[in-house]
Every structure is written in C-alpha cells, then in structure tokens.
Ligand binder design. Structure first.
Ligand SMILES: O=C(O)CCC(=O)C(=O)O
Length: 257
C-alpha cells in the first residue's frame, strides 16, 4: 500500500484494491460459496442471522481452505493495521449476495453501530467482489469521510434507507476488494438485475471488542488442527480476552442487531 493509499483510507474511509483475486481463485470462491448455499439450504447464514432479500453464509473459515486466503491477504492486513492499530482480530468471514428483483437495500449503518472511542477506530471491513459491482446490481454505497463524524446514521438521519446527498457507490470488477473503515456510513443497495450480486465480507475488530462469530467455539476441532500459527493469530484463538467477550459477541454487526 502506498502512502497515498493509506492517506486516502484515513481521509475518506475507503480504498478499492483492483484485481486482487485471480481467475482460478475466483472460480474456487464462487464454486464453494454456491455449493455451500445449496447444501445448507434453510440453515445458510444461521451462525449469524438471515437477512431478507439477501443470501448469506457465515463461519466460512470452517468451510474451506480457500477462504483462509481471503482473511490473511497481506494488503488487507496492512490496511487493517492502518485503521485499527496492532491489536485486532477477525470478527467474521461471511458471504452476502443481494438478490435480484429490487432486493438487498440496507439502511446506511456503521458496523456494530459503533463510533470511534478514546482508543480510536474499532471496526474494519473488506468487501470482496465475486461478481462485477455495477450501478444496477446492488453495489455497496457509502458516505466518504463519515467515519470522522462521530455519529451513526440511525441517530441523525431521518431515513437511513433513503439516498444520501454525499453517497457514492463502489463499482468494480469481480476480483476487486473494497477496504473500509467500517465506522464510515455504508450499506448494500437494491439489485435491479435478474441475477444475484455475490460478495464476501472479511470483518475485523479491535482486540477489546467481541467477535461477531466467536471463532474458538465455531471452528470444528479438525479445522483448528489445520490452521497455521498466522491463522490462529488472525482468529485470536489464543487470546484469553475472547472467552469473556464472547458472551456478548455473537450476532452483533451492522444494522443487523
Ligand atoms: O454487501 C454489501 O454491499 C454491504 C453489506 C453491509 O454493509 C452489511 O451487510 O453490513
């Protein structure tokens, strides 16, 4: 990441990395997500929660090694440290597809409904495009710079579902990744096409906050056995703070709480 990239992330709260996922990896991520959606059926996303108008999968580190590369990507981790500092961990890795037929609109929100505190920023999200994000298929919208407002949209906007005068949409090609300071106001938009708009969300929190999905409890023993030391660190599996925090953690993120 260049100094200019880091400054952009700090000032505007987002940065789009182009061409991060190569063709083979993209094919694998799409194939595995589609397979899991088929296999899990009604249960899909239940480790987090369902969202009407979207397909969801949760707890993805437990469901395939191809997903480990997502949350350990060096450029993403560099950005996580720029925003959160050295004390961070993965909160969750989820899949979200805005479904066709005008579905998928979300209110503007900050993840976990948090504003920065005396320690600084606490939430960071990376949105991995598994399909092109076009003006019509439900791209992510965001209000640049709003992470510095110290406010959450639900408290100050009359209608967080309405278009915001300063909002932008993140457009890109499958394989691009949107990095966000997740205090920045953002949300999914409606998909006006006839096919789902697929993405992965690699969500990170500061070490003193609960994980959205308590990884230590959700990852099966056989998954934990295959993880590298670096993955254990990313998931904070050996951080004793998590055991106490987890009681409060599960299921909290964004406006879905
Ligand atoms: O998928 C998107 O475009 C954004 C989703 C989001 O912000 C959320 O689910 O909290």
């Amino acid at each position: 990441m260049t100094e200019q990239d880091a400054r952009h992330l700090e000032e505007f709260g987002y940065l789009i990395l182009r061409g991060v996922i190569d063709a083979d990896w993209l094919e694998e991520l799409r194939r595995e997500s589609d397979r899991l959606l088929r296999e899990e059926g009604e249960r899909a996303g239940s480790e987090f929660r369902p969202e009407p108008g979207s397909d969801r999968l949760a707890n993805l580190i437990d469901k395939g090694e191809c997903f480990e590369r997502v949350v350990s990507h060096p450029a993403v981790l560099e950005a996580v440290e720029i925003v959160l500092g050295p004390d961070w961990k993965l909160s969750s890795l989820n899949y979200r597809a805005a479904l066709p037929g005008q579905q998928g609109l979300q209110p503007l929100h900050c993840d976990m409904g948090l504003v920065p505190d005396e320690r600084g920023y606490a939430v960071f999200n990376s949105i991995w495009m598994l399909d092109d994000f076009t003006p019509d298929n439900g791209p992510t919208r965001f209000v640049p710079g709003s992470h510095r407002s110290g406010q959450i949209p639900q408290q100050v906007l009359q209608d967080p579902n309405a278009p915001h005068p300063q909002e932008m949409v993140a457009l890109g090609k499958a394989g691009d990744v949107i990095l966000t300071n997740a205090h920045m106001w953002h949300g999914g938009t409606a998909n006006r096409t006839t096919v789902p708009r697929r993405s992965l969300h690699g969500f990170y929190v500061r070490g003193d906050k609960p994980q959205q999905q308590y990884q230590k409890r959700l990852l099966r023993p056989q998954t934990q056995a295959r993880l590298s030391a670096q993955m254990r660190r990313i998931l904070a599996l050996d951080d004793p703070r998590n055991d106490a925090l987890s009681e409060f953690g599960s299921g909290r993120s964004g406006f879905l709480k």
